[in-house]
Design a protein around this ligand. Structure first.
Ligand SMILES: Nc1ncnc2c1ncn2[C@@H]1O[C@H](COP(=O)(O)OP(=O)(O)OP(=O)(O)O)[C@@H](O)[C@H]1O
Length: 233
């Protein structure tokens, strides 16, 4: 099995807060990995470390390739403030390919239109990002991630707060891009999505609680212990 990313003894956090504590784990290549754990367990921080936007304080992060990962963060309030259409926002995914100031090439435009179509937002292309519903905006951000054509796609809770149709659409698109050879990593609270992944990482208080095949890791007993649910009688 090839590794897309390997972490060895990685610690990381924020100015006054240590979050990840000596994490050693790997992300298998060409597979969908789900990252689960209670609120505050460090899922977003882990994605930020893998994306290279949060610096480590200890340990090593190794990537299989030099390509920049695509990182779809939770609904971006910053993007909402900008006067951007959906098409502009998705086209921002091409900046890494063409630079900030160059015009979009024909291929860039095809990728942008194709990414919007895959997320079912072609008809929203001219709408302002800031005036979309939460679910529509989330689809636009996933389309922006796809438009980057990265070999590693990181998504922070891409389906939280979405209706069942939008959840299914995003899950299907992520399964499809995984089959096309992209390595997908998503942080999620949706245990159904976690079970459908090829690989699972479970975090608890900044440490790795478990990893491996989701069906083997996510037993009823494990769920009760990780989320500290009372035992059912
Ligand atoms: N920008 C920040 N500055 C300081 N502390 C932060 C920052 N972002 C997150 N934290 C803290 O780091 C810890 C881990 O947060 P993180 O967002 O990684 O957890 P999470 O597992 O993604 O949580 P959730 O499920 O609620 O999204 C929490 O204690 C949080 O308060």
């Amino acid at each position: 099995m090839q590794r897309q990313v390997g972490l060895d003894g990685v610690s990381a956090g924020y100015a006054n807060r240590a979050v990840l504590d000596q994490l050693t784990l790997h992300i298998p290549a060409f597979t969908a990995t789900a990252v689960v754990g209670p609120n505050g367990s460090g899922k977003s921080t882990l994605l930020g470390v893998i994306a290279g936007v949060i610096r480590t304080t200890a340990g090593e992060v190794e990537h299989r390739t030099d390509r920049r990962p695509a990182f779809v963060t939770q609904r971006s309030r910053a993007a909402d403030m900008l006067p951007l259409t959906v098409r502009d926002a998705v086209a921002m995914g091409r900046w890494g390919h063409r630079g900030l100031c160059r015009r979009l090439s024909r291929r860039d435009r095809e990728v942008v239109e194709g990414s919007m179509e895959r997320l079912g937002i072609g008809s929203l292309a001219r709408r302002q990002l800031g005036e979309l519903s939460g679910g529509q905006r989330q689809r636009a951000l996933v389309a922006q991630g796809l438009a980057q054509e990265a070999d590693l796609l990181l998504l922070d809770e891409p389906t939280t707060g979405l209706d069942a149709t939008a959840q299914r659409l995003i899950a299907d698109v992520l399964a499809e891009v995984t089959r096309e050879g992209v390595t997908v990593v998503q942080a999620t609270h949706d245990l159904g999505a976690a079970r459908a992944a090829g690989h699972l990482l479970v975090l608890q208080e900044g440490r790795l609680w478990g990893e491996g095949d989701p069906g083997e890791v996510l037993t009823g007993d494990a769920i009760e212990r990780i989320w500290q649910l009372p035992h059912r009688v």
